[in-house]
Write a protein of this length. Sequence first.
Length: 101
Amino acid sequence: MKDMYINQINEIKKLDYSFYEKIAASGDPLTYTFSELETSSGVQVEIDVKRHKKIDALILTIDFCSDDGKWMHKSDASATYLIDKDGKWQDSSYDGSELSV
């Protein structure tokens, strides 16, 4: 299911590291709605960003809202990435154990 949101994930990856640093500092996830050109309805997206304690990087979790209005946390419609200060993104299997807020 994550594949159906790949266009949106690619757009999210275009934003600057400092943008995500601000989300991490706020302590609150960013929630917004997007529409693909082919569809008339929007899909809600939640981006949660936390700072990694041991390395100078951010953990970014992207969750999408299902058609029935429920968040699909930790599912095929979620994506988790590690972002370093140089803006390099890598897939992460982050488990939540090494955060500082």
